[in-house]
Design a binder for this molecule. Structure first.
Ligand code: COA
Length: 260
C-alpha cells in the first residue's frame, strides 16, 4: 500500500515507521491514523519484521497531538466514536502487538502524540523532546488511552498533575518520572533506539510476544496477570526456540532463534 502520511523502511528486521506530516508537526489526522493501523497490521504480520521503531519526521515534533482541525464539528457521539475507534484500531493494536514497538521521541509528543508513544512498549527521547497532555486547554481530556497509560508509567500523582495543568515536561523530567527510559542527543536518537531494538531482536521472538501479553494482562481489568504469566511461561516450553535457547546455553554458543 502507498502511504501519504507515513514513511516506511525496513533494515535488519527493523521496520521504521515515520509519521511524515512535518508541516503540521505530524498531527494525527484521520488519514494518518488509518495508515498507522494498516502499517502496524502489515508489520505485525510480516515475517521479515522483528520489531518496529516509530518516530516523527523532522527535528521539531514526534507528534503534536490529534489533528485539532478535525475536532471542530464533533458532538458527543462523534467524540465518543473517535476515541473508541482509534483506541481499538491504533493505540490498543500497538500496545497489544506481537512484536516490540519502540517510540523514538524526537520532539514534541503532545496529547495524542504522547498517547501514541505511551502505547509503544518502550520510549527513548531526544534531549530536546517535550511531552504533555494539553487537552484540558481545549476543553477535552486525553481520549486515546492517556488517562490510563500515563498513571501506569509515571504514577497517579504526576499523571494528574500533567493532565490537569496541561503543562509540558522536558526530556530530563520524563526520564526522572519513568515516562521514557533513555534520553540522548537528538542526532543519537535513532542510534539509541536501534541499539535497544537490535539487542531485543537477538532474543526469542515467541518469548517476546509472550512477555508483552503477560505484562499487558496485569493492566487489563478483570484479568489475573499472574495467571496469564503462568500460562504464557508454560507455553514457552512448547517452542523450538526454548529448546534452542537451552541447547545454546549448555553448548556455550549463541542461540539462533527461529520464532517457532
Ligand atoms: N492539530 C492540527 N494542527 C497542528 C497541531 C495539532 N495538534 N499541532 C500543530 N499544528 C499545526 C499548526 O496549526 C501549524 O499549522 P499552519 O502552519 O498551517 O498554521 C503547524 O502545525 C505548526 O505549528 P505552530 O503552532 O505554528 O508551531 P509552534 O512552534 O508555534 O508551536 C506547538 C508548537 C506544539 C506548541 C503548537 O503547535 C501546539 O500547541 N500544538 C497543539 C498541541 C495540542 O494541543 N495537542 C493536543 C491535541 S488534542
Amino acid at each position: 500500500m502507498e502511504f501519504q502520511n507515513l514513511l516506511i523502511t525496513n533494515q535488519d528486521r527493523i521496520q521504521y515507521i515515520t509519521i511524515n506530516r512535518e508541516s503540521k508537526l505530524n498531527a494525527l489526522n484521520k488519514a494518518t491514523l488509518a495508515e498507522l493501523h494498516t502499517a502496524f497490521f502489515d508489520a505485525f504480520n510480516n515475517p521479515a519484521v522483528g520489531g518496529i521503531i516509530l518516530t516523527g519526521a523532522g527535528a521539531k515534533a514526534f507528534v503534536a497531538g490529534a489533528d485539532i482541525s478535525e475536532f471542530a464539528d464533533l458532538a458527543v457521539d462523534g467524540g465518543t466514536a473517535l476515541a473508541r475507534n482509534n483506541q481499538i484500531e491504533v493505540f490498543d493494536q500497538i500496545a497489544n502487538g506481537s512484536k516490540p514497538v519502540l517510540a523514538a521521541i524526537n520532539g514534541f509528543a503532545l496529547g495524542g502524540g504522547l498517547e501514541l508513544a505511551m502505547a509503544c512498549h518502550i520510549r527513548v527521547a531526544a534531549e530536546t523532546a517535550k511531552m504533555g497532555t494539553p487537552e484540558v486547554t481545549l476543553g477535552l481530556i486525553p481520549g486515546y488511552g492517556g488517562t490510563q497509560r500515563l498513571p501506569q508509567l509515571v504514577g497517579k500523582g504526576k499523571a494528574l498533575e500533567m493532565i490537569l495543568t496541561g503543562d509540558m515536561i522536558n526530556a530530563a523530567d520524563a526520564l526522572y518520572y519513568g515516562l521514557v527510559t533513555h534520553v540522548v542527543a537528538p542526532d543519537a536518537l535513532l542510534e539509541k533506539a536501534e541499539e535497544l531494538m537490535k539487542k531485543i531482536l537477538l532474543r526469542a521472538p515467541l518469548a517476546l510476544a509472550a512477555a508483552i501479553r503477560s505484562v499487558n494482562s496485569g493492566f487489563n481489568d478483570g484479568v489475573n496477570g499472574f495467571e496469564t504469566e503462568i500460562e504464557e511461561f508454560g507455553k514457552c516450553f512448547g517452542t523450538e526456540d526454548f529448546k534452542e535457547g537451552v541447547a545454546a546455553f549448555l553448548g556455550k554458543r549463541k542461540a539462533e532463534f527461529k520464532g517457532k
